[in-house]
Design a protein around this ligand. Structure first.
Ligand SMILES: O=C1O[C@H](COP(=O)(O)O)[C@@H](O)[C@H](O)[C@H]1O
Length: 239
């Protein structure tokens, strides 16, 4: 595990951009493509805006989402909408390289199963196998949730699927499961702000409750990076 505490949010975003570009290039050099799952929320938006300015072989990059609010794509809460506006609409990435989570509004469980099937077909993997994405970008909420794995919800217990339904109170979302995230080749948490400090202390504590602080469930077989700004990470940095 690598933990870096950057002096402020601008430095955090710049380090994340640098790391993402390095990992994208290395995946393309090794496998001729790079598969990335993105986080929603406010923290990564400036990172996506920066990535839009990079010159990368966009046709070799495939974009997925680690979680999605169960709303139409034109809804202000849509993670897909945010990423398209900040990044994907600005670059010449083929439309077929963009793999959003479906939110048809019919039934989130049906959409979760449909997306799981799409992912299995893309990676050509059978039921029971778990594919590895090259980069999984995650955020962490001030309650310790990551993706849409919220404290004390059923989604935390799902072990036999790639995609499930997450619950934030009464609202439903789609989310990668912890086993799918943990199969990632490189998982990067991006965390900023003093409001995240108490949850971070619990996530980094040697003993802690995974059900209460779901980010503790993330223990990938590949690399794990925690990029924190000073406000979020000052207690972590002092240990
Ligand atoms: O709701 C969500 O929140 C988390 C954390 O967002 P942040 O803006 O506080 O970093 C995010 O990672 C997740 O994708 C999103 O749906």
């Amino acid at each position: 595990m690598s933990v870096e505490v950057l002096s402020d949010k601008i430095s955090l975003i710049d380090r994340a951009r640098e790391l993402m570009v390095e990992k994208i290039k290395s995946a393309i050099a090794q496998r001729d493509q790079c598969t990335i799952a993105l986080a929603g929320g406010g923290t990564p938006k400036p990172l996506y805006e920066k990535l839009a300015q990079e010159s990368l072989p966009w046709e070799k990059i495939h974009i997925f989402w680690g979680d999605e609010r169960y709303v139409p794509v034109d809804h202000p809460d849509s993670n897909q909408k945010m990423v398209r506006e900040a990044w994907l609409n600005q670059v010449s990435m083929p439309a077929s390289n963009i793999h959003p989570m479906p939110t048809t509004g019919e039934n989130p469980y049906t959409d979760a199963a449909k997306h799981e099937q799409e992912i299995r077909e893309f990676f050509q993997c059978s039921a029971g196998e778990i594919p590895s994405l090259d980069i999984i970008l995650l955020g962490m909420g001030d309650d310790g949730h990551t993706a849409s794995l919220f404290p004390r919800t059923e989604a935390l217990t799902v072990r036999d699927r790639l995609i499930t339904v997450g619950n934030k109170g009464n609202s439903q979302r789609l989310t990668f499961t912890a086993p799918f995230i943990n199969q990632g080749r490189c998982v990067i948490f991006l965390v900023a702000g003093a409001n995240k400090r108490p949850a971070l202390a619990q996530v980094f504590s040697p003993q802690g409750d995974e059900k209460q602080y779901p980010s503790r469930l993330i223990k990938p077989q590949g690399e794990l990076w925690w990029l924190l700004d000073q406000e979020a990470g000052e207690e972590i940095a002092s240990h």
